[in-house]
Design a protein around this ligand. Structure first.
Ligand code: SAH
Ligand code: SF4
Length: 419
């Protein structure tokens, strides 16, 4: 989502203010840091990064801070780093063209609604595009700062999405990534008065776009994975068979304290149903260890879910206390040392699964969309179920979806031959 916001910032500046991109920081007239605030570390890094940029930037160049930390710290950023020219929140991206010229501007309005704004096209990849299908988040997960930095959830109207994706397809795009904090909550609220809709309906409508071959989405919430959605995921040939299922914790008690809305059993039931209906599915997840009330027994429940589901990819996080969140007031029973130990245990178990699962693909044939030239006359792309695959080849393969016979695997990628 942050990458797409960065692309929107660049394309708006390119289209409306004649900026062009440079790879050389000391050439830049404008430097923007697009920030995350989900965990504390990136927030700390922001100020040291700003200090170094201020030293290397060219005389008179502007510095802007955008994104979630901008929403969260607002004018305090300029107080701490007075050479920062403007601050633009994660829910105010479309205002970049107006505020870029206003020294000291701070635009962090959490109620600002840009759900019907048509961003200038980014043309980042000619084969793939991303589209936000909603902004903000209506959930109240007790550890999470996002609702305080991105505001309430509003869905982007279906017609706007379809016409935007259609336009990209006409210029050569074959794959779309649908983005939102909670994609399968799509359609509960629109700002333009559109009638309520659902994510499954959205998937059906988007898959009608001629020439669009692949649909991906992230993140869906396990709570909203109803049978109708799973059925559509399993049977719609345009929907890629990889899914992110953010578990967070395997303990029903901790899930309740996190306000996730589902139980261990519900999560397992959904994940195993998906695996059953889609044998080649690739499932990734997010896990937080060291939530303040997580006992050792709770942690074992998380390990149990990992063991039962065998995720293809896990994004692991040590709990990070965040301002404004409900969990901030909880007294922690987990020492930092214990949290690090739990993190290591998750990583070790996952590595075993990851390697086994990847090696099971050897001998199979997969459809790969080729996207990137690599050294040693190789080219790489992603399979339908989102595994990176390398083959020998050159630029004439770019943008093509071809059958590849898998001949080998490293720990994270596959090697193959075009057939
Ligand atoms: N909307 C997505 C998550 C967005 S934040 C969802 O609900 O799945 C991305 C991930 O960061 C979360 O899934 C969670 O695992 C992690 N995260 C969020 N807040 C955190 C915190 N306070 N400490 C550690 N990890 C956190
Ligand atoms: Fe944060 Fe929960 Fe919303 Fe995800 S669903 S962004 S974890 S509040």
């Amino acid at each position: 989502m942050n990458s797409l916001d960065s692309e929107h910032l660049m394309s708006e500046l390119k289209t409306h203010k004649d900026y062009i991109q440079t790879d050389n920081i000391s050439d830049a007239d404008l430097i923007i840091i697009n920030t995350c605030s989900v965990r504390e570390k990136p927030v700390q890094k922001l100020f040291s990064e700003l200090g170094s940029l201020n030293k290397v930037k060219k005389e008179g160049a502007k510095i802007g801070v955008c994104g979630c930390t901008a929403s969260h710290l607002g004018k305090d950023i300029i107080k701490r780093a007075p050479y920062v020219d403007f601050v633009l929140g994660a829910r105010n991206v479309s205002k970049i063209k107006d505020i870029v010229d206003i020294k000291g501007a701070v635009e962090v309005d959490l109620d600002y609604d840009e759900s019907t704004y048509s961003f200038a096209s980014n043309g980042h990849s000619i084969y793939k595009t991303s589209a936000n299908i909603s902004i903000g988040c209506d959930k109240e997960c007790t550890y999470c700062i996002v609702p305080f930095t991105r505001g309430d959830e509003v869905s982007i109207p279906l017609e706007l999405l379809v016409s935007q994706i259609q336009k990209s397809v006409e210029s050569g795009v074959v794959e779309v990534m649908l983005l939102g904090q909670n994609v399968n909550n799509y359609g509960k609220r629109f700002s333009d008065g559109s009638t309520k809709s659902s994510f499954t309906h959205l998937l059906k409508e988007i898959s009608k776009i001629d020439g669009l071959q692949r649909i991906r989405f992230t993140s869906p919430h396990p709570l909203h994975m109803d049978d109708e959605f799973i059925e559509e995921f399993a049977t719609n040939p345009k929907i890629c068979k990889s899914i992110h299922m953010p578990l967070q914790s395997g303990s029903t008690k901790v899930l309740k304290e996190m306000k996730r809305g589902y139980t261990k059993e519900w999560f397992l039931n959904r994940a195993l149903k998906i695996k059953d209906l889609v044998p080649d599915v690739r499932i990734s997840t997010d896990i937080i260890v060291g939530f303040p009330t997580e006992s050792h027994e709770d942690f074992l429940d998380t390990m149990d879910v990992i063991e039962k589901v065998r995720f293809d990819q896990i994004f692991n996080f040590k709990y990070s206390p965040r301002p404004n969140t409900a969990a901030l007031s909880l007294e922690s029973i987990v020492s930092d040392e214990e949290a690090s130990k739990r993190l290591e245990e998750v990583i070790t178990l996952h590595k075993i699964h990851q390697e086994e699962l990847l090696h099971q693909n050897i001998g199979k044939t997969m459809k790969v969309l080729f996207e990137e030239l690599k050294p040693n006359s190789e080219i790489s792309g992603f399979s339908d179920n989102y595994i990176q695959v390398y083959v020998k080849g050159s630029e004439e393969l770019l943008g093509k979806i071809l059958d590849v016979k898998i001949t080998g695997a490293t720990r994270t990628v596959l090697k193959g031959e075009i057939i």
